[in-house]
Design a binder for this molecule. Sequence first.
Ligand code: F6R
Length: 240
Amino acid sequence: MKMIEVENYQQMSEKAAEYIIDKVTNVPSMKLGLATGGTPVGTYKHLIEDYQKNGTSYRNVTTFNLDEYIGLSGENKNSYRYYMNDMFFNHIDINKGKTHIPQGDVSDIQKECLRYEELIAENGGIDLQILGIGGNGHIGFNEPGTSFHSKTHIVDLAPSTIEANARFFNQLEEVPTKAITMGISTIMKSKEILLLVSGESKKEALDKLINGPVDESFPASILKNHPRVTIIADKAAVAN
Ligand code: F6R
């Protein structure tokens, strides 16, 4: 794993955006894996600014998001589809038909998991996957104990994840308790991974990732076995 340490969230976001812009410029039809949550918000902001200033085009880019809550439609403000449209897709020239997010409001969720996994494979896999990390080491919504062999699947969210995500909802009770997520093996098939880590609350997780063993009790630890992982972390997240 290659580690880039930066001063703060702002710099992490700028660096991550530069990284993505470089890839999209070199391979305009790339398959880009995306994340939601608080961490990549600044990165999307920089990508939009760059699009407006420099015209980097996403017309031929295909995207795959890591996860989606079960039970929320894309129109629900707390769905990850809504988040992605609002934070990124609505502001660039991407073809929305090429932006893929698991659908959380279909009747057959199991079938949706299979469809999503196959869709990624049919597209030749993900070239660059952007990841955040949970305080408990989750990647996507793969909570501690998830098999490293898992494919896109249904998860029961850990109480700590529900609590962490409650900040986006009016009240804790509104946070869905289940989600669809790419599995750990799905993520590991990405040709390249960019992990973004910011803030004191991620310090322990980052330390465990770097210094701890590869073990299913800490999902992100599998990234050590991937040949092309870059971590961009700010000072607050790096143990000194
Ligand atoms: C989001 C995702 C999650 C987040 C993680 C960190 O699509 O899959 O794994 O990356 O929960 O969330 P934040 O960035 O809000 O700290």
